[in-house]
Design a protein around this ligand. Structure first.
Ligand SMILES: [Zn+2]
Ligand SMILES: [Zn+2]
Length: 120
């Protein structure tokens, strides 16, 4: 095992990790997309490096609140020019048991926020 890559587990939502995630997005080491697995259903997909521990994460989350941001429902109803910003909280799901983690818990404990901008 590579000791250097095993960060101590710490449950943290410190904003620095959201900033770091943003940097990784800018450099392409972390990717974020809104996907539409089926009509009317949207999910966020975030994959790449965890901003804290650097392990690979692959996170899917259904977006159930998106309609509140868009204002009207229906497959073709988004008004032209509308931009909805969706924020999604991601918890590290790297699958590695970090030192100090609670039993049966994988990931380094970090939570960070990704902002998606959706064009109409
Ligand atoms: Zn990790
Ligand atoms: Zn992590």
């Amino acid at each position: 095992m590579n000791e250097d890559s095993a960060q101590q587990y710490e449950k943290t939502t410190a904003f620095v990790w959201t900033e770091r995630a943003f940097e990784l997005l800018e450099t392409g080491q972390l990717r974020a997309e809104i996907q539409q697995p089926s009509p009317g259903v949207e999910a966020s997909h975030v994959w790449g490096k965890c901003p804290r521990c650097g392990h690979d994460v692959d996170d899917w989350q259904p977006l159930s609140t998106v309609t509140g941001l868009i204002g009207s429902r229906g497959p073709d109803s988004a008004a032209p020019g509308t931009i909805a910003v969706e924020t999604v909280d991601i918890s590290c799901g790297c699958g590695i048991v970090h030192p100090g983690a609670p039993d049966d818990t994988t990931g380094c404990g970090v939570s960070f926020r990704i902002e998606f901008e959706q064009g109409a």
